[in-house]
Write a protein that binds this ligand. Structure first.
Ligand code: ARG
Length: 571
């Protein structure tokens, strides 16, 4: 609809100037005034005349009537005046040339306006803490972060995805002590992060009984900080073991990072920033600690150095941001974390501003709500947290059961079960406004009915099935014709793809794409149920409908990729 609106706005601007020289509305003014009628039978776009009423000293319905009578445009089929609105209907010719042909020409690039070309966007997301569970709390940062990256990439941004691993801190001292006391190399190799987490948990239990363990852990961490060979080797191994496991989950989601530079990487980059803070007079000593006072901005102080001189989470984030700015020259640097960290980001963003870095306004924090799980208990070995890999495994298992029951001869059963299972979790999660708290109900996520991932994937597979049956038909030989409203409605929905993309980027809201996918599926399924497609006797109609099916497949396929959902040709 974006191009349609543009074309209509240009023509309407001319028309209004002809009606009265007092109306000085340019194309972009009109574009901003357009609305979508609540019901498509009223029109495809509506132009409200209320603001013109004062200028022309006439009632809005009168103005609307006059405009409707005088307005004509090659892209419009019908114009009606209703209650002060000019309702405008798009022509079928426009839909064919500017939507169907556009999709066919641009293919998987359709929907992009390339507004990001020449710009760099950095994404800091997923970023689990090594040797701590990678749990459902990380689902949001991982899938929202990756969707935002995909969306920006689609618009032409050069994107850098960074997994800012929590690979530094006193927990490594604890882990080293625990490993030396109770660990076994074989078990860590075999059980990966689970084993590291158990060691970590055991450390906490034992430390409650034996206080001295904490001091031992601090000593081991200090040794690590000073480059002790044995501890460095152990630390590297712990990170490696953890990464190997995270990568399995990333693979299921189709996620690859451009950088795994975690917190440890910034150890030697912090002193320069602390110096700068000190030199600019921003550092205050408070009870021995170094802080930046933010009371003027209604925020608690930002902690830079602890009493003992050690650095903190904000210190590292500041150093990392400076490094990234210098390395990538970003136009935006986006951080996706739970809303629980909003204050942390507001604080250190402010500190970056106070330090005089003029790019402070290019830092964006994208927060999201909490996830809770209802109903079924998912098995974990770590007590009450639910691991992401277990959540995916459960979903995959359930989908496998459904496939075995309904379509036992399906080829690549495992691949399909993984795409649909993982996709169902992602889709369910991303269907909600990101800031809302989510109650995860596996049964709902896996349902093939309703606004779910399996429903969307089923619809995609349906388009593939129709196209497979039509293979051998050269459907491009005839000129497309639109004969029923279902066809036009489908093209109208497909025409809104770019608007969904720009909206999702503007609000950092992948749910706009998820909901758009449901709109496309709805329009396609209505078309599918009401219209004979590949078997239609009229060749012109049949060919048009196959092309519409193909266009739907293209848009759905692209949109799935934007929300990290894999597609599958058969279910
Ligand atoms: N590792 C942190 C956690 O799990 C998230 C890191 C977010 N990114 C950042 N630059 N602070 O809570």
């Amino acid at each position: 609809m974006y191009n349609f609106k543009n074309a209509v706005a240009a023509d309407l601007s001319e028309c209004l100037k002809c009606i009265s020289s007092e109306i000085q509305l340019e194309k972009h003014d009109i574009l901003a005034m357009f609305e979508y009628p609540p019901d498509s039978t009223l029109g495809d776009i509506a132009f409200p005349c209320f603001k013109l009423s004062r200028i022309l000293r006439k009632a809005p319905p009168m103005i609307a009537k006059e405009v409707a009578e005088r307005f004509s445009s090659s892209v419009v089929s019908r114009v009606e005046a209703v209650n002060g609105y000019v309702n405008i209907f798009v022509s079928n010719d426009y839909l064919i040339k500017n939507v169907l042909f556009e999709i066919e020409n641009k293919k998987e690039k359709y929907g992009s306006d390339f507004s990001g070309v020449g710009k760099v966007a950095v994404f800091d997301y997923s970023s689990p803490n090594v040797a701590k569970p990678f749990h459902i709390g990380h689902l949001g940062t991982t899938v929202i972060g990756h969707s935002l990256k995909m969306l920006h990439e689609f618009q032409g941004y050069e994107c850098v995805g960074i997994n800012y691993l929590g690979d530094w801190g006193t927990q490594f001292g604890k882990l080293i002590v625990a490993y030396n006391m109770w660990g076994s190399e074989k078990q860590v190799e075999e059980n990966g992060v689970d084993e590291l987490v158990s060691l970590y948990v055991k450390f906490h239990h034992e430390a409650e009984i034996d206080e001295t363990l904490n001091q031992k852990a601090r000593n081991e961490f200090t040794k690590l900080e000073h480059g002790d060979e044995t501890n460095t080797k152990l630390w590297k191994w712990f990170v490696e073991i953890s990464l190997k496991e995270y990568q399995k989950t990333y693979k299921q989601l189709g996620i690859e990072f451009d950088s795994y530079k975690g917190e440890s990487f910034y150890t030697d980059k912090m002193p320069a920033q602390v110096e700068k803070l000190r030199n600019s007079g921003l550092l205050k000593i408070d009870d021995g600690a170094s802080i930046v006072d933010l009371s003027e901005y209604n925020m608690p102080p930002c902690l830079i150095l602890k009493k003992d001189g050690s650095t903190l989470y904000p210190t590292r984030d500041i150093a990392a941001a400076v490094y990234r700015k210098n390395t990538y020259k970003f136009d935006k640097c986006i951080y996706v974390t739970s809303a629980g960290q909003s204050l942390h980001f507001a604080q250190w963003f402010k500190v970056v501003e106070l330090m005089g870095y003029d790019w402070y306004d290019k830092l964006v924090h994208v927060p999201y709500g909490t996830v809770s799980i209802n109903g079924e208990k998912l098995a974990t070995r770590t007590g009450n947290v639910i691991l992401l890999k277990d959540l995916f495994a459960t979903a995959i298992e359930k989908v496998s059961e459904i496939i075995d029951e309904k379509n036992p001869n399906l080829p690549n059963k495992e691949e399909v079960a993984e795409a649909v299972g993982v996709g169902s979790v992602v889709f369910y999660y991303l269907y909600n406004n990101r800031i809302k708290d989510i109650n995860f109900v596996m049964k709902d996520a896996l349902s093939f009915e309703g606004n779910t991932g399996p429903y969307a994937q089923y619809t995609y597979a349906r388009t593939c099935g129709i196209l497979e049956k039509s293979s051998g038909i050269d459907y491009n030989v005839t000129s497309p014709v639109i004969t029923v409203p279902e066809e036009a409605d489908l093209l109208k929905v497909l025409s809104k793809f770019n608007e969904a993309v720009t909206g999702a980027i503007k609000d950092y809201e992948p749910s706009i794409i998820t909901r758009y996918i449901i709109d496309v599926c709805g329009a396609f399924n209505k078309f599918y149920h009401n219209c004979q497609i590949a078997t239609n006797e009229d060749i012109n109609i049949r060919n048009t409908r196959i092309r519409l099916t193909n266009a739907t497949k293209t848009v759905l396929g692209t949109a799935f990729g934007l929300i990290c959902m894999k597609k599958t040709e058969k279910i």
